[in-house]
Structure formats: C-alpha cells, structure tokens
Design a protein around this ligand. Structure first.
Ligand code: CMP
Length: 139
C-alpha cells in the first residue's frame, strides 16, 4: 500500500475544479484518507517546494501557490504513486497525455492544476507537512 499527497492548485480552485479533480482519483480505485482546505503561507510553500529553491521559477511558484486557498488530500492504494502519475500527466500540460488531469485542465507549466508526490519518501515527507497523524484515516 502506498500513499501520495495531492494538492489542488490555485488555477483549479479559481475555476471550481477541486471536486472534479478529486473524483478522478476516487474513480480509479484510490482511497481518499485525508482532506483539507487551507491557504498556504510562504513558510509552508517554501518547505513543500524546498527542492526547487535554486530554480529560476521558485519565487513565481511560491507566489502562485500562496495566491488562493488550496485543497490538500492523501490518496492511498496499491501502486498509488504510479497510478497517480498516470492520472495526473506530465508537468507541462502541453506534453501531458490526452485524458490526464493536467492535459484536460492545466493552463501552463506553473498553473498545472495539481501537485502529486513523485516518490514514496517524498510522499511521506510532504504528507507530514500538511497533515497530523490523527487527520489521516484508515477505513
Ligand atoms: P509540481 O509537480 O507541483 O512541482 C513543482 C512545480 O513547479 C511544478 O509542478 C510546476 O507547477 C512548477 N514549475 C514551474 N516551472 C517549472 C519548470 N520549468 N519545470 C518544472 N516545474 C515547474
């Protein structure tokens, strides 16, 4: 069983796409084990994207991710990370396969509608940033 953090990003929130996007994971058999809406502050956004600190797009990314409330969720399942990677699609929406979330809803490489954890270790670190143990359910 694997777990993955999903963030519904500001571009999707502004277009009322949060539940449409969450349903893509549920309908593929992934179990939603945590869910919350929050407005990320700079500290949380910078921690979450710490690996990108030196990238040229970092400041724009932080400004964008803190521009509106977002939805954070944890989805769990067998091979959840690989399944979620296929459901979400490539980072750049124009390179994402048809039928993926980013191809269907993403606006550009920054406003790509959704964040997903890319490996089991990063998933656990990211989940800890957004949820306490008692906010994650097993059912
Ligand atoms: P995400 O999967 O959340 O991880 C890092 C984010 O940085 C990425 O999605 C995009 O929203 C954003 N980003 C902006 N420019 C780039 C870029 N050139 N390469 C990768 N990610 C980028």
């Amino acid at each position: 069983m694997e777990r993955c953090l999903i963030l519904i990003k500001p571009d999707a929130m502004k277009r009322n796409l949060a539940t449409t996007i969450l349903s893509r994971f549920e309908s593929q058999g992934l179990k939603m084990t945590a869910l919350k809406m929050l407005h990320m502050n700079n500290v949380l956004a910078e921690r979450h994207y710490a690996v990108h600190t030196e990238k040229p797009f970092f400041r724009d990314l932080i400004e964008y991710m803190t521009s509106t409330p977002i939805v954070a969720a944890v989805f769990a399942g067998e091979q959840a990370l690989e399944k979620i990677s296929r459901i979400v699609g490539a980072t750049n929406p124009v390179k994402a396969e048809p039928g993926t979330i980013r191809r269907d809803f993403g606006l550009d490489i920054t406003q790509n509608s959704v964040h997903r954890s890319d490996a089991p270790e990063t998933a656990e670190t990211e989940i800890r940033l957004f949820f306490t143990k008692d906010e994650i359910f097993d059912y």
